[in-house]
Write a protein that binds this ligand. Structure first.
Ligand code: GDP
Ligand code: MG
Length: 370
């Protein structure tokens, strides 16, 4: 079969050669960057690194197609994915609820809003925005730690009647570290004791300079109670999204990130995922983390069954072999055999990782015995 050197494959995938060598080592193969690997191994590697590839024939890997970038001409704009962060009791949940209330597309008549960890709203002008309904820095950092950067924009909530609190500062640090643009929402602006100007000034101390203070961070006064400022906040998010030119390819096998997952008594393992590219369809075969499965049903944020879900759409997936973890990547593959292969490989890798972290501890133990 056709072979390719590790370095060449790394170059084509825009990854570090050393990282490929490490991945191969975890697969039980001792190779250097200059050595060649066969097409099967290359394919596993490519998929493991989250890239996509096409095989020209059984033995050939069409390496050029393995580059993880969808061609520019296949991209179309996608809704922004927004995370709300801020200090406890500053109004994150209230704001998420109020924003959900502005959705012009109503759910099933009399339907109970289903909390699936994320929701999408449609504005009067038919523009869409996705909100991650997992306020809290833990979720954000946990996802980021696992390499899942699904958030495009952070809305930093600061209560107008309070001030910059420890978790406000933490949120600022997380957002800056992630390189995600921020919009400041000064909440509870309806309160008589609200002092939004004080908030703007105090933010300066943390190098968040809002427009009003001649900076470039957008800010807006809102009230979840009266609804004041909500439209303006949505406008600002959409403006920020436009600047970022957020795009994805719609017509390809889907990739999605797990937002949350659980074992449901009646329905089995269920995961809420956010599609990052492509379109996830009922009947698709997939791997998610180390589990494989087949999409039995897709349920949207309004509790309605849907046939498919495109980029930036949050959706509940039924038909998983097990419960994945938040941050796991769901990848649609061509058939069940392939799904099992990839799942098995990812399992081996997870085991190798565990072994690698145990070994030094054992060494330390023995060192202590000497
Ligand atoms: P979280 O901890 O950040 O999710 O904050 P919550 O949304 O739970 O809000 C904390 C408290 O502030 C609750 O008692 C809310 O009713 C209240 N609250 C939140 N937003 C507003 C607002 O815009 N105006 C007023 N007056 N109260 C608010
Ligand atoms: Mg809350």
């Amino acid at each position: 079969p056709e072979a390719i050197t590790v370095q060449e494959l790394a170059n084509r995938m825009a990854e570090k050669g050393a990282d490929l060598v490490k991945a191969l080592f975890n697969m039980g193969m001792m190779v250097t960057v200059n050595q060649s690997i066969d097409a099967d191994t290359a394919e596993l590697l490519v998929e493991e690194f989250g890239h996509n590839l096409q095989r020209v024939s059984e033995s050939d890997v069409d390496i050029d197609a393995s580059v993880d970038v969808d061609p520019e001409e296949t991209l179309q704009s996608r809704p922004p994915v927004v995370t709300i962060m801020g200090h406890v009791d500053h109004g994150k949940t209230s704001l998420l609820d109020a924003l959900r209330g502005t959705d012009v597309v109503k759910g099933e008549a009399g339907g109970i809003t289903q909390h699936i960890g994320a929701y999408q709203i449609t504005t009067k002008d038919k523009q869409k925005l996705t909100f991650l309904d997992t306020p809290g820095h833990a979720a954000f950092t946990q996802m980021r730690a696992r390499g899942a950067n699904v958030t495009d924009i952070v809305v930093l909530v600061v209560a107008a009647d309070d001030g910059i609190m420890p978790q406000t500062i933490e949120a600022i640090h997380h957002t800056k570290a992630a390189g995600v643009p921020m919009i400041v929402a000064i909440t509870k602006s309806d309160k008589p004791e609200a002092n939004p100007q004080k908030i703007r000034e105090r933010l300066l101390e943390h190098e968040v300079i809002v427009e009003d203070m001649s900076g470039d961070v957008q800010d807006v006064e809102v009230s979840a109670k009266t609804g004041a400022g909500l439209d303006e906040l949505i406008e600002k998010i959409l403006l920020q999204a436009e600047l970022m030119d957020l795009k994805a390819r719609y017509d390809r096998d889907a990739e999605a990130t797990v937002i949350e997952a659980k074992l449901d008594k009646g329905r089995g393992p269920v995961a809420t995922v956010l599609v990052t590219r492509g379109t996830l369809k009922r009947g698709d075969t997939f791997v998610v983390g180390t589990e494989s499965g087949r999409v039995r049903a897709l349920v949207d944020d309004k509790g309605k069954q849907v046939k498919d879900a495109g980029p930036s759409v949050p959706v509940e997936v039924l038909g998983l072999g097990g419960v994945p973890q938040a941050g796991d990547v769901l990848t649609v593959v061509e058939n069940e055999q392939r799904a099992r292969e990839v799942a098995e490989y990812r399992q081996q890798q997870a085991t190798a990782k565990r072994t690698a972290t145990v070994a030094p501890n054992l060494e330390a133990m023995f060192a202590g015995l000497k």
